[in-house]
Structure formats: structure tokens, C-alpha cells
Ligand binder design. Structure first.
Ligand code: HEC
Length: 317
């Protein structure tokens, strides 16, 4: 009986989330996820007519800041006076040195009230949605890593990503000297189509936060921060988040309930060591991408949220 109530309630939360977010519906229609038959069809048509450019030219990068919306197409961006060829040593998407034509991300935000903004949401065509803290982006002005928007050129398109059929295009946020600001691998959104000013994730989705009564030094608190940067781009938490690539990591069941700790660590460090199939999408997180202390904190957070599910989901709105 309790179990039944619980599941009904979860459905209600998810329905509300979907109906409250009209904007999300719109963007989902606007930007079909990949691979979809629509994309494949467009590619086939383009290939048949020898017109790859037709696909690239239609793609726009949408930048929305409050009520101000800017749209950039690849050709216009490439012609800008501030476009440069930049070389990225260890490119996150291609796992090798890459040279891109790119424009500074801050230049695309020129004239916008950046100091009042908290977070920039970066949305990709494949269901990946990462949250870039505005403070991280602005650190570029004070010696921090500098973010660039790389643009796939229709004349010399980027190669497919390793093991995949798609490239990192149409747009891709890359960082010069990422170590200067500790930029994580999930903060390099590729297949990018939209950048939107939003509130911080915990304010957008209070259900992803730990119990407020938890001790300030509790590892789960640190784990929440790690989750938001590393996992939320693909995995919702109790319905919170916008990522659509992987499953929610608490509902209907937390992986801490059906995976052993060893299995969970293997899934995070090296998913292919646990299960392996051609269309597997989750990246591994090496020690340099996710320090052991952060991994332990993350697992503490997942356990805490699994337990919270019963007490909180029923009262969440
Ligand atoms: C780029 C997207 C992406 C990121 C980032 C990501 N995952 Fe995943 N994850 C997936 C996908 C997709 C799956 C489903 C299996 C697959 O295709 O790899 C998955 C599967 C899983 C599973 C297995 C669930 C099950 O029931 O089989 C766990 C656990 C998991 N992820 C945890 C995490 C954690 C923790 C993080 C953050 C450190 C994380 N993932 C980051 C995409 C991602």
C-alpha cells in the first residue's frame, strides 16, 4: 500500500516537472536528440545531394539571458574578427591534441549582465545538459582557464568522436589551460546547441539537495557538489535535472541498493570493466578526473539520497 502511494507520488512529481517547464518542451522539439531518424534522414538527404553544408548551416547556437535571446550560425561566427585557430592539448572529446576555429565564449555574452548571473546551462543535442558556474567562466578575466566556443566548419568538418559516428559539432565549449580553474571533463559540452542563463541547480531543483539537517562536514554534502558537476549532466536526481542520457540515480531505485560498492566504483571509474556493449555512453572517471576522496563523497551522497527518497519524495512538489 505504502509502496503504491510512493510510486503514484513520484509520477505526480515528474508530471509536474514536465508541465511546469514549457521551455524544456520547446527546446526538445527544436533540437531533436541524436541519433534520431530525423537526423539520419537529414544526413542521408544531405549526402545524396552532396550538400553537407546544408545541415551545418541550419544549426544555430542559441544564447538566452533573461529576456534577451541571441542566435549565432556557424558561418557568421567563423567570419567574426575575434575568431581564432586554437590548439587544445588534451581534448576531452577527442582524447588527443585538436585544433579548432573558435570564438571566446565571453565575447558571445558581451553586454549582458554577467555579474548578476549565477549559472550558464549548456545543452547538447544528445540529452547532455551541464551547468557552468558563471564564476568559473568569469575567472577567465583574472588568469583562470579561458572558455572558447569551437565551431565545426562545413568546409573541413571535424572527424567522428572516438568510437562514435557523430563529431563534436556543431558547437563545442573547450578550455585553454583547464587546470588553472580545475575545469572538469563534464564542463566541455560538445554537440552544443544552447547556452541559457539559469539559477543554480539546487535552487532549480531543491530535491537534489541533501537533508538540511545533515552535519556541515558530512561527506554527502561534498558529494552533492561532485554530483552536480560530474553526474547531473546525464543523470537526474529524484526527478531534478535536465539530463536525459542516463537513468535517474535515485528513482525508482538507487544504484546503491542494487549494486555492490565494488560494482558502483567500477561503473564510475571504468564502465567497460563492468559491462561492455557498442552503444555504451557513460565515460569513465579516472583518478585525475575524480579524486578518491570525491568518489567516496559521491557514494555517500548517493546512499544518503537513496535513504531520503522515502521521507522526501512524498512531500516534494
Ligand atoms: C555523459 C553522460 C554521463 C555522465 C557524465 C555520467 N553518466 Fe552514468 N551513465 C550514463 C549512461 C548513458 C548510462 C547507461 C549505460 C551507458 O550507456 O553507459 C549510465 C549508467 C550509470 C550507472 C548504472 C545504472 C544502472 O542501473 O545500470 C550508474 C551507477 C551511473 N551511471 C553513475 C554515474 C555517476 C555516479 C556519475 C557521475 C560521476 C555518472 N554516472 C556520470 C551516462 C553518464
Amino acid at each position: 500500500m505504502l509502496e503504491f502511494d510512493f510510486f503514484l507520488d513520484v509520477g505526480e512529481i515528474q508530471r509536474r516537472l514536465i508541465s511546469d517547464s514549457g521551455e524544456r518542451k520547446l527546446t526538445e522539439h527544436e533540437y531533436p536528440r541524436r541519433p534520431t531518424t530525423r537526423w539520419l534522414f537529414a544526413l542521408l538527404v544531405a549526402a545524396a545531394f552532396g550538400a553537407h553544408e546544408a545541415v551545418a548551416e541550419e544549426t544555430q547556437l542559441r544564447v538566452a539571458f533573461g529576456s534577451e535571446v541571441r542566435s549565432f550560425d556557424a558561418a557568421t561566427l567563423l567570419e567574426r574578427a575575434d575568431a581564432r585557430s586554437i590548439t587544445v592539448q588534451n581534448d576531452v572529446a577527442y582524447h588527443r591534441e585538436m585544433t579548432f576555429r573558435a570564438v571566446p565564449l565571453l565575447a558571445l555574452l558581451d553586454g549582458l549582465p554577467l555579474d548578476r548571473a549565477d549559472t550558464l546551462e549548456a545543452r547538447a543535442t544528445d540529452g547532455f545538459v551541464t551547468h557552468l558556474p558563471m564564476a568559473l567562466i568569469l575567472r577567465a578575466k583574472n588568469g583562470g582557464s579561458v572558455p572558447w566556443v569551437a565551431i565545426d566548419e562545413s568546409g573541413s568538418p571535424w572527424p567522428p568522436l572516438p568510437g562514435k559516428s557523430d563529431s563534436a559539432g556543431p558547437f563545442y565549449v573547450v578550455w585553454i589551460d583547464p587546470e588553472r580553474s580545475n575545469v572538469s571533463q563534464e564542463q566541455w559540452p560538445y554537440a552544443l546547441v544552447a547556452l541559457t542563463e539559469v539559477e543554480a541547480p539546487v535552487r532549480r531543483w531543491p530535491q537534489i539537495a541533501v537533508d538540511p539537517g545533515l552535519a556541515s562536514e558530512a561527506p554527502a554534502r561534498r558529494g552533492q557538489e561532485v554530483y552536480i558537476v560530474q553526474c547531473l549532466p546525464c543523470h537526474r536526481m529524484r526527478g531534478g535535472g535536465e539530463g536525459d542520457m542516463g537513468p535517474d540515480l535515485a528513482l525508482p531505485r538507487s544504484p546503491t541498493e542494487y549494486m555492490t560498492t565494488t560494482g558502483l566504483i567500477a561503473q564510475i571509474r571504468d564502465p567497460k570493466s563492468l559491462r561492455n556493449w557498442p552503444d555504451q555512453k557513460m565515460p569513465g572517471f579516472s583518478e585525475s578526473a575524480l579524486a578518491t576522496a570525491d568518489l567516496d563523497a559521491l557514494i555517500a551522497y548517493l546512499r544518503h539520497m537513496a535513504h531520503r527518497r522515502d521521507t522526501q519524495a512524498v512531500t516534494a512538489h
